[in-house]
Design a protein around this ligand. Sequence first.
Ligand code: PEP
Ligand code: MN
Length: 338
Amino acid sequence: MIITLKKNAPQNEIEHLHQALEDRGVEIHAIEGTDFNVWGLVGDTAELDERDILANECVANVQRVSAPYKLANRMFHPDDTVVDVAGVKIGGKEPIVVMGGPCSIEGKDQAVRIAKEVKAAGGRIFRGGAYKPRTSPYSFQGLGYEGILDMVEARKETGLPIVSELMSADKIDEFVENVDLVQIGARNMQNFDLLKAVGHINKPILLKRGMSATIEDWIMSAEYIMSSGNPNVILCERGIRTFEKYTRNTMDLAVIPIIKEKTHLPIVIDPSHATGDWKYVEADALAAIAAGADGLIIEVHDHPDQAWSDGAQSLKPEKFARLIYKARRVAAAVDRDL
Ligand code: PEP
Ligand code: MN
């Protein structure tokens, strides 16, 4: 961290800040300039907040040199993290994992039927929502625990591990008992109490990017989970809000190489929520694989016109199968299996 001090600042203010920073355990290297004085801070600056330092009137500017995240940072953990989801490995050089299933679980028959289609197409994890974060309180809110139990049935029938969204910490025991991969949705990416709570459990977490979150916000949310004791975090890009209206969200493909550079965590892409339209899902999915994604999570429904949520962006099973067929060839072109 580099702190620039005003040249004419009162000496007692400067000394006070110097002492306060040393008390936080960092070493200060000072350079005297003609217009400003500069301090280079050496040591663990992750716990220092630039904005708190700026509150000192003697400070002209504060600049971070290293990222504020430690556990997710590739600098301190050069090897790729591989997350094991009930035997399905995601990340590193492992084969690309495709997850598929309906936005909402609508009952046991629907869950089992679609899970079988997902498996037949080459999907390796079954997705489904039982607790749904809907924009309108009048929209279908999910089947709740019954939906989770329907997914458990689907796992029994197919052997596919299951991923579902946890919206509130009071349901954690239910998820620990039944779900293989716990999804934290875009709307809860900065629900810090929920992040800390899933940091204490022994299940991998699929952390979706908030719709208006910067990459650093998102990595800091992963850092919350990891610093609470759970290292098994998979990041999921699902599109961000922009001014564009032809898609539901805007897919940020550049996050894939950026996340790979900055962190060691696996990254999965959700082209369904990113585009909001089944017609564009395949193109974004293939592009994500070409860009280095470790997995895809895709909404699949056998009757999208009757789906209880997100039918417009759901692929019919045969289109999902075709996507996987094409994705295998793109994966081969970038030296990955699928
Ligand atoms: C979902 O996966 O169905 C979902 C609600 O996703 P997101 O949190 O990305 O909107
Ligand atoms: Mn959905």
